[in-house]
Ligand binder design. Structure first.
Ligand code: FEO
Length: 383
């Protein structure tokens, strides 16, 4: 696949994977993107997951049509992109690896290699000429790891964006970009909004026609749409109007409260209510929803003088990703000493700009008449 006249796609699709990065389900697989820039000199951009060594080396061979690559540019050392560096360097003994100083430290730690005489260490603003194409390196620490850089080709106006603008899903499956890009972004980079904002500022100074990420499709048209979403996500602003309800229920009573609240919210004019049963849903999808909408209701039971484990895990996922700028409603259930609301508030204590709804709901086992009225009041308050 040609991205431009001189840039070819040489990545792979993975439909064997069960969990990406050991935790994310990827029903439509995963793509590990790699690109070849063919000029007087040839640069290969990043490698792919270990399991696709032969396919990737074969893709390189086909794309290069008898020529040999001069450079392997490694923008990110996470093994989904770095695992085949050694195979590449063995297959092309004259090639030189290009990466940041931090990446070379990781190279030693992961693969016990240094390529001391076959490396170019680059930093912010350094350039590499391939002939007509000049590549500029832009550091992007913590998008997604500290060693990350992105690369700009000023001739074709292409930004090789590393993990930024990536998504779950292989490239041979048609699916909505935003849904799986958001789940990927919030899950993997969500904590590092400030660093993504810094990268967006640097990118703003470049004229970009095409974004080539390490996962997901190459983006060519309507780039403002993708950059706009990245701006919303990394600044923790509300993307969509609506209310998320995240809940756990042991005997079904908390679930009844959630169903009643969902109906009341819709009656009150709320167009979108996203409901997630945290014991059964994809946790990453629930976390994604929590960041997407501006209002969230947490409904859970007291458990071991604490809160139910799935809710605890969920809130931990939120706070460790800098959850902020939300209105939060709480429904707690407890048969003798409800403490869930107190625990939730304590867990969110350090989160910035959290406003708790005025209506607080305490269920003592099953829904009382008073609880039903409170649910109506909460629905009106949030809608
Ligand atoms: Fe796709 Fe952070 O590796």
């Amino acid at each position: 696949m040609d991205i431009t006249r001189d840039i070819k796609y040489i990545g792979v699709n993975d439909h064997q994977i069960d969990l990406f990065e050991g935790q994310y389900i990827v029903p439509n697989g995963m793509a590990y993107n790699s690109y070849a820039i063919i000029d007087e000199k040839i640069a290969v951009m990043d490698s792919v997951d270990a399991r696709f060594k032969d396919e990737w080396l074969s893709n390189i061979k086909t794309a290069l049509n008898g020529r040999e690559p001069d450079y392997l540019i490694v923008q990110h050392m996470e093994p989904d992109h770095s695992a085949n560096i050694s195979a590449f360097m063995a297959a092309y003994p004259n090639a030189v690896m290009v990466a940041t100083a931090k990446a070379f430290v990781m190279l030693q730690n992961f693969y016990l290699e240094s390529y001391a005489h076959r490396r170019i260490e680059v930093k912010e603003g350094d350039t590499l000429s391939l002939g007509k194409h000049t590549l500029s390196f832009v550091t992007a620490p913590m998008v997604h790891w500290p060693e990350v850089m992105v690369t700009y080709d000023s001739l074709d106006k292409v930004l090789f964006s590393a993990d930024a603008f990536g998504k779950f899903g292989a490239l041979d499956v048609e699916e909505d970009w935003a849904c799986e890009a958001r789940r990927y972004y919030i899950g993997i980079v969500g904590k590092y909004g400030a660093q993504v904002q810094a990268l967006l500022k640097k990118a703003d100074a470049l004229e970009i026609n095409t974004i080539c990420p390490l996962h997901g499709p190459v983006l060519k048209d309507n780039l403002e749409y993708y950059i706009g979403l990245y701006n919303i996500w990394s600044s923790y602003e509300t993307e969509s109007e609506g209310v998320v309800i995240a809940y756990t229920s042991v005997y079904g009573n908390t679930k009844k409260a959630v169903e009643l609240l969902e109906n009341k919210l819709k009656e009150a004019g709320c167009k979108k209510v996203a409901v997630n049963d945290l014991a059964r849903c994809d946790m990453a999808e629930a976390v994604e929803d929590a960041f997407r909408y501006g209002k969230i209701v947490l409904a859970t039971t007291t458990y071991n003088s604490d809160i139910f484990p799935f809710m605890k895990e969920f809130i931990n996922h939120l706070t460790e990703r800098n959850f902020q700028n939300k209105t939060v409603g709480i429904i707690e259930n407890g048969s003798w000493a409800p403490t869930a609301a107190k625990v939730i508030k304590e867990m969110l204590e350090k989160s910035k700009n959290i406003t708790f709804a005025d209506t607080e709901i305490k269920i003592m086992s099953a829904l009382s008449e008073e609880n039903k009225q409170q649910l109506e009041a909460l629905a009106k308050e949030l809608a």
